[in-house]
Design a protein around this ligand. Structure first.
Ligand code: NAP
Ligand code: GDP
Length: 333
């Protein structure tokens, strides 16, 4: 009881203070996009202070390092992005590491935020944690309705527990900690490592090499699975809105509409066009397809933001390809 009272007082005090936002995972694909959007919006000029962190600032799998980091920065708000992240093939290889790293990171960040009186935490789930066997479209109420696809069960269960933990912090302590659920994200500063990364950066990197070597572009799997993609800079604008305006504990899907879903073959076609690749495109059907689709509904987002405009997919792919070519030497790969 006593701890709760002290915490609530601290919460009220920080609510009056200007926002001091700590972004864990601030050097990754999503973190860099949020940084760009906040700078463009003049966020710091609005009396907000934003701190973007990398794993070099603290290994968030470690509780002592996490506490030291929060002691140093004393945030009022947290955008929690830090995670072990990978595409289908890394997930299939390292389910145990995805589970353990992410469970430790998430528990350390959420519990430390609570202990230090952080007013609001926005964490990041993913549509790839949804049940494999389900009806479509999937919405926010269906996260726990059945097991995730077997390829990424470690990552998925670790991420699902954030939602469990958020509800429990609200129930026991009145904390307003929530989460967003983006679809497959891509953009500048992605991880372009072919073995470990997601499909779009993987295909962009492979097409870049195939173009140089005059070899075919290898698309893994049959090309038939379907995905919704969100450009990192669109996601960043939505993330900042959630931090400032969205007050539910229940998560919110941040996605383009169901009609924007594309096949992996269409993704490859977009990359080929954006890079002007003229070679052969082949499908390596010995490689896994993963979950066939995870079609998500953005109806809740549309109720809040009916007029939000997403960057057209082909334009976003072109901008990402251009960024990769221009930054080839320093890009993560
Ligand atoms: P990312 O590019 O791989 O960046 C990961 C970030 O987390 C980096 O800043 C990294 O720091 C940091 N990090 C990793 N391990 C850490 C540790 N042990 N301690 C402290 N920091 C650590 O990932 P992202 O694609 O931006 O993903 C951001 C969030 O979105 C994640 O929660 C992810 O699950 C979620 N998400 C991603 C996608 C997607 O398609 N990419 C889709 C849905 C949801 P360093 O730079 O120092 O390595
Ligand atoms: P997911 O959306 O969580 O399944 O993860 P990915 O972004 O890794 O996408 C996986 C889908 O893209 C599967 O259907 C793969 O077979 C297909 N794919 C085709 N080529 C590639 C590639 O080069 N890298 C990856 N990661 N997936 C690829």
């Amino acid at each position: 009881m006593h701890v709760d009272t002290v915490t609530e007082i601290a919460q009220m005090e920080t609510q009056k203070a200007p926002m001091r936002v700590l972004v864990t995972g601030g050097t990754g694909l999503v973190g860099r996009a949020i940084e760009q959007v906040v700078q463009a919006q003049g966020g710091c000029g609005k009396g907000e202070q934003w701190i973007f962190l990398s794993s070099k600032d603290a290994d968030l799998r470690d509780l002592a390092q996490t506490r030291a980091l929060f002691e140093k920065h004393r945030p009022t708000h947290v955008i929690h992005l830090a995670a072990m992240v990978g595409g289908l093939f890394r997930n299939m290889r390292e389910n145990l590491d995805f589970w353990r790293s992410n469970v430790h990171i998430n528990d350390n960040v959420l519990q430390t935020a609570h202990e230090m009186g952080v007013v609001k935490v926005v964490s990041c789930l993913s549509t790839c944690i949804f049940p494999d066997k389900t009806t479509y479209p999937i919405d926010e109420t269906m996260i726990h309705n059945g097991p995730p696809h077997n390829s990424n069960f470690g990552y998925s269960y670790a991420k699902r527990m954030i939602d469990v933990q958020n509800r429990a912090y609200f129930q026991q302590h009145g904390r307003r900690y929530t989460a967003v659920i983006p679809t497959n994200v891509f953009g500048p500063h992605d991880n372009f490592n072919i073995e470990d990364g997601h499909v779009l950066p993987g295909l962009i990197h492979k097409a870049y090499i195939a173009h140089k070597e005059g070899s075919p572009l290898q698309v893994w799997g049959t090309g038939t699975p379907r995905r919704q993609f969100i450009y990192s800079l669109d996601l960043a604008r939505l993330f900042v809105w959630v931090l400032r305006e969205y007050n539910e504990i229940d998560p919110i899907i941040l996605s383009v509409g169901e009609e924007e879903e594309v096949s992996i073959k269409e993704v490859a076609d977009s990359v080929v066009e954006a890079l002007g690749f003229k070679g052969q495109v082949v499908f390596d059907t010995s490689k896994a397809d993963g979950q066939f689709k995870k079609t998500a509904s953005n109806a809740k987002l549309r109720r809040h933001l009916p007029d939000f405009t997403f960057t057209p997919f082909s334009q976003a792919v072109k901008e990402t390809c251009d960024w990769f070519v221009a930054n080839y030497d320093t890009a993560r790969k």
